[in-house]
Write a protein that binds this ligand. Sequence first.
Ligand SMILES: Nc1ncnc2c1ncn2[C@@H]1O[C@H](COP(=O)(O)OP(=O)(O)OP(=O)(O)O)[C@@H](O)[C@H]1O
Ligand SMILES: [Mg+2]
Length: 347
Amino acid sequence: MELKIDSKDIDFHQLIEYSLNSIWIVEQEGNIRYCNKACLKLLNITSSKDILYQNLYSFLPPDFHAVSKERLKRVIEKQEIVELLEQEMIRGDGEIVDIEVMAAPFYLEGKVLAQVIIQDITQRKMAEKLLTDREKLVSIGQIATGIAHEVKNPLTAVKGFLQLLKESKFHPYLDMMESELEKALATLQNLLQVSKPDLHEESLVPIDLCQELESLLFLFQERLYNVKLEMDLRDSERKIIGKRNLFLKAFFNLIKNAIEAIQDTGKIKIEHYYQNEWIHIKVSDTGVGIPEDKVKMLGTPFFSTKSEGTGLGLTQVFTTIHKHGGNISVHSTIGKGTTFHIQLPVR
Ligand SMILES: Nc1ncnc2c1ncn2[C@@H]1O[C@H](COP(=O)(O)OP(=O)(O)OP(=O)(O)O)[C@@H](O)[C@H]1O
Ligand SMILES: [Mg+2]
């Protein structure tokens, strides 16, 4: 027999209790009279006893008090539905989360309360930030490449005239001028190569990253004297398709950074494994770490904290990974070390 459900028979409490959105019922002064399971999860609180009769404002940063008061007033006094608003919330453990809130009147025993519906948008915010960071990176890269092109031509002309000058006249400064000019041209060439890796057309081939990683490490043998190396290369039968030289250069840059981050002794770990249709590669070091405010600068051309660094290594890494449809993330703790986590699609 077909089951017919009349809306008046539905126990709405059950629906609300397990809703993915956090739902609160609050009084005008902000006292919380009800909250569902999602709300406890959002606030990282285990028991609803810890939240009932508490004040809504104790979970809101002070910047949002005035606007929330005004909105609650509209809901309860004018019985309006207030539109979605992005704001922040303080969880039980003190952490700030990004949320989106709307509110509507809720009638109970002749009284008007407000039902507040909250959505956790932390993940969305993070994705948006990643996207804008990436866009910023791309546009800075484009500007840098444009300038490099413009500057390279006149410098090449100067180099030509300098050579002519050297043939007709001797001056002790001329050789110095030439070698400084060479350095400038090499930097520009490097920048053009890393920010526009397609310039040197390379064909796409299947790449056995495990094998490449192992042979790359040979190049660093001398530098690995005080550094313990741990390799955990699994699922080597999974291959990616891409430009081999770009990847070699990218992993070279990552390993070089890891070694340079270790001041006396330390450890570098390289992992390779397959999970959820992605190849994961992690390059971790126990080096100096990267301050939180500098992490967002990584990959920006010429960002370097090293006296001899050009700041192009990670630009090359980021462009190579992104051009191959991959992702890269960085986790770092000052004084403890850094992990670069790369995900690449298997083709
Ligand atoms: N593993 C790491 N540990 C700590 N800091 C790092 C690490 N990798 C990168 N960094 C920081 O990021 C900056 C930029 O790195 P990037 O490789 O782009 O340039 P660089 O190493 O300074 O110069 P180069 O062009 O020679 O590679 C570094 O100067 C350093 O401050
Ligand atoms: Mg580097």
